[in-house]
Design a protein around this ligand. Structure first.
Ligand code: DAH
Length: 351
């Protein structure tokens, strides 16, 4: 009996050793074969079970001894089968199972463009004080972009704003379509549509025929603002400009207004804010002046009110225009305006 049991053990171990080679080569097939082998030796009708049936024919002493011996062999074999089964599990291809404890695949998230971030900040401020937020056409007529804004066809101010003209006639058969050079044409459009009193801001994309460099770009963003009511004067405008400066650069920000000519306002002004970097002491960003030129503004010219169908004897108002790209460049220390439209993911990912 003992000899038969020893032989059985040897046979089973031999088969398991052969089997291990299969595990490395084809792990999936090995799993099926393993169950067969296990049944063959340790199953209810397996070789060991058949041998143990003979135990009952033995004399009592021998039966007890052989029984113990058989039990040890059984435990031994079960141990060996267990080890081999563990190896099959390790060799299994990974797609056959899902390990729920592994970290998931990270999804790439987009982010807002820096111009959008600042635009939203300013929109928040103005909508909180009762301004509408309007949108306007990028393809404009010469009339709204220039003439209605008091810039006659041969006015020298047009030189500063050369743009892209369309080789297409308008409905009156005239060549007067162009890519807007500023958001200001929306002043007259808004007046015509909503009349007075009026409070609106208009963010948007503008175009100029520029030789591009780090400070000039053919496509850029502005944010226009307009407020019209009875008895609006310069101090209202100053108050609003001051509010924007403090919101953008902090409570200690000062505002300085210098006269500047814009054909559609009278008087026109250039708003400068205390440099946020040096606090007015003078540095690289403000070119040692302590001030940053940020906004063009002024009291709306009576001709422009008239073009918008508003009586300048009854109403007055102010308008302003921010260069959004410039605001963003100053805020984030960006030194090349071409990065905004460059589509370089490495630039955009930083915001
Ligand atoms: N549109 C002007 C520009 O592009 C900026 C500007 C100046 C807008 C004065 C205004 C204003 O509304 O009042 O240079």
């Amino acid at each position: 009996m003992k000899i038969k049991l020893e032989q059985l053990k040897k046979e089973a171990i031999g088969k398991l050793d052969d089997f291990l080679a299969l595990v490395e080569k084809t792990p999936q097939e090995a799993q099926e074969k393993f169950r067969e082998l296990e049944q063959q030796f340790l199953g209810r009708k397996g070789k060991l079970a058949i041998l143990l049936k003979d135990l009952k024919d033995l004399g009592e002493d021998v039966r007890k001894e052989s029984g113990e011996f058989a039990n040890n062999i059984k435990k031994d074999l079960e141990g060996r089968f267990g080890e081999v089964f563990a190896k099959i599990k390790i060799a299994e291809p990974t797609d056959a199972s899902i390990d729920v404890t592994l970290p998931g695949t990270k999804k790439e998230l987009g982010s807002l463009h820096p111009v959008t971030i600042i635009q939203k900040e300013i929109e928040d401020l103005f909508s909180s004080i009762g301004f509408m937020i309007l949108d306007g056409p990028e393809l404009e007529s010469d009339y709204f972009n220039f003439e209605a804004l008091n810039v006659a066809p041969h006015h020298p101010a047009r030189d500063m704003q050369d743009t892209f003209y369309l080789d297409k006639k308008n409905e009156n058969g005239e060549y007067d379509l162009l890519m807007r050079t500023q958001t200001s044409p929306m002043q007259v459009r808004a007046m015509k549509k909503y009349g007075a009193p009026l409070r609106a801001i208009i963010p948007g994309r503008c175009f100029r025929s520029e030789a591009t460099d780090s400070r000039h770009e053919h496509t850029f963003y502005q944010l226009e603002g307009i407020m019209i009511d009875k008895k609006i004067n310069f101090s209202h405008m100053k108050g609003i400009m001051d509010l924007v400066g403090k919101r953008l650069y902090g409570e200690d920000t000062g505002l300085k207004m210098r006269p500047k000519f814009y054909p559609f306002v009278e008087p026109g002004s250039n708003g400068e804010y205390t440099c946020f970097l040096c606090g007015g002491k003078g540095c690289r960003v403000c070119k040692n002046t302590g001030w940053l030129e940020i906004v063009g503004c002024g009291l709306i010219h009576p001709e422009v009110l008239l073009a918008g169908g508003i009586d300048p004897e009854e109403y007055s108002g102010f308008a302003f225009g921010f260069g959004l790209n410039r605001l963003v460049m100053l805020k984030y220390g960006i030194d090349d305006i071409r990065l905004f439209n460059g589509g370089d993911i490495r630039f955009l990912e930083q915001f």
